[in-house]
Design a protein around this ligand. Structure first.
Ligand code: ZN
Length: 198
């Protein structure tokens, strides 16, 4: 049986995704083996993670300053907005370095089965930004699911009368995936959205 303090740490940390009891035990012994500075810094980082992180009032990105660095960056393309489901998607798209416009976090997808209607999402604020900023193109980068497709369609209809172009990233075979493992849906979509080889 572990001493109470360690047992509590092990229980709390094993509540994190991907951390089982064994890993949590190993972490606790590792932290115990380090100087006390280490555990102080770690605990401060955890507290600050939540306390000093807010959502950008313009795009909904996770940030420690409002507006976020992306909304504040005048070198970005200010007439293109990429719509994403969650703030973490921005992080992954930024990692690719292939998009230089602005973002807008919806906070979910339209899903009548789960009771999520357009009013539950950041769609009104999207419309306001699109008209207010003179946006020319809205890139809808949502997951390739029934909900994602329904939401994309809703956005296209919402923006149609505003003279704004709605685009989708070409969907298809993930980079590094063999055709035979791509899955029928992805492969079919990739073939439909084929591009000229240059
Ligand atoms: Zn922002």
């Amino acid at each position: 049986m572990l001493p109470g303090n360690i047992e509590r740490f092990v229980r709390d940390f094993s509540r994190l995704p991907g951390i089982g009891r064994k890993t949590s035990e190993r972490l606790s012994f590792y932290i115990l083996s380090q100087p006390s500075e280490f555990s102080k810094e770690l605990s401060e980082a955890i507290v600050r993670l939540k306390e000093e992180t807010r959502l950008c009032s313009q795009c909904g990105n996770i940030t420690d300053s409002d507006p976020c660095p992306i909304c504040n960056d005048s070198s970005r393309e200010m007439n293109v907005i990429c719509v994403v489901e969650t703030a973490i998607d921005i992080y992954y798209i930024e990692e690719t370095g292939s998009f230089k416009g602005l973002y807008h976090v919806l906070g979910g997808l339209i899903s009548p089965l789960n009771g999520v209607t357009p009013d539950d999402l950041e769609l009104n604020s999207l419309l306001k930004r699109v008209t207010g900023l003179g946006i020319k193109e809205v890139v809808v980068a949502l997951s390739s699911t029934t909900e994602g497709d329904a939401t994309a369609l809703y956005i296209r209809e919402m923006l149609e009368s505003k003279g704004v172009m709605t685009t989708l990233p070409a969907r298809g075979i993930p980079v590094g995936t063999d055709i035979q493992y791509a899955g029928k849906g992805s492969l079919a979509q990739a073939l439909r959205n084929r591009e000229e080889l240059k």
